[in-house]
Write a protein of this length. Structure first.
Length: 319
């Protein structure tokens, strides 16, 4: 969907509110309310605005408040959401990290307007599951996540396997992974998978419990081989492509984007953790158009095609 230009009585061209209304699909202005005092843009400076879906970000009080960088990210929520809105990002999946963050990520609703619409993936990151010594708290944690999965804006269950730092708690991770899969089945919700250095382990577990049925969900921040991407896709998953695709040295991500069908790709930022190539600091949802542009370049497609198809892919999974 191309940018729409408003012509005011003085004949000056602006990127205006009607573009936002069309992008949002409702009578709400996506961009700021433009008037005669807005910055003038020449015809050749007009940028196309499309509708985008950030399928993985971390807004709200998500348990990293002791870190000044992430505390600032939380404090800047209003501005970050406004940046996303102006960039055409109309929906965001806000994803839990540790158990405590399942409540914390809801705090973003205090700042959010109707656009972008915020939906939630509740659960836990595999690195937060602890060791066997923590199993006594499992019933309490599971009940807590059950409660959040009943939330009207719940759209997915977060889980995964991460053996990057070693395999000391791999059996613990496996156990929690299977529990979250069962919760996703119970609630009829897709999975958001964090998988690192455990691709085949995750695929084998998913096959064990699938009963031959296809999954719905996303393997987020995918950085593994194209073969693994195809294996996940064969199970029903889409592949989350984020800022790492903009880094020339990430050859496997680039090759994966070239190989897998666009119908199996969704966009994400993993904000604030991953920034774009040559962009210092944190990532944010407003980076999504740049990720889409890079995918369009790699697949030799029009940006509009990438924007529209990835939005449709995400909406089919998360609503």
């Amino acid at each position: 969907m191309k940018a729409i230009k408003n012509e005011f009585e003085n004949g000056t061209t602006y990127i205006g509110a009607s573009a936002g209304a069309l992008i949002a699909g409702k009578d709400i202005k996506l961009a700021a309310d433009f008037d005669k005092n807005d910055v003038k843009l020449k015809e050749d400076e007009m940028e196309e605005i499309f509708k985008y879906y950030d399928t993985h970000a971390h807004y709200g009080e998500f348990g990293l408040g002791c870190n000044k960088k992430y505390r600032r990210f939380y404090e800047d929520t209003n501005q970050l959401l406004e940046n996303a809105r102006k960039a055409g990002v109309v929906k965001i999946v806000n994803v839990a990290i540790g158990i405590d963050s399942n409540e914390g990520i809801l705090s973003v609703l205090e700042n959010a307007g109707e656009i972008p619409e915020i939906r939630f993936a509740f659960g836990e990151h595999p690195n937060s599951v602890g060791t066997e010594a923590d199993c006594g708290l499992d019933a309490q944690k599971d009940a807590l996540i059950e409660k959040f999965l009943e939330h009207e804006k719940a759209c997915a269950v977060k889980t995964g396997l991460d053996l990057y730092k070693g395999k000391d708690n791999q059996f613990r991770q496996r156990e929690r992974f299977l529990t979250r899969i069962q919760q996703s089945i119970k609630h009829g919700l897709p999975l958001v998978l964090h998988v690192r250095d455990a691709g085949m382990e995750a695929i084998n577990l998913l096959k064990e419990v699938s009963d031959g049925k296809l999954y719905e969900g996303v393997v987020h921040c995918f950085t593994d081989t194209p073969d693994l991407a195809h294996a996940y896709a064969a199970l029903g998953f889409s592949i989350g492509i984020g800022g790492k695709v903009t880094y020339p040295e990430n050859k496997m991500v680039i090759q994966t984007v070239k190989e897998i069908p666009l119908e199996k790709i969704v966009l994400e930022t993993d904000a604030p953790f991953i920034s774009l190539y040559r962009k210092s600091g944190r990532g944010e949802s407003a980076d999504i158009p740049q990720i889409a542009k890079r995918i369009a370049e790699l697949k030799n497609l029009e940006l509009e095609k990438v924007a529209n198809q990835t939005y449709q892919n995400a909406e089919k999974i998360f609503g």
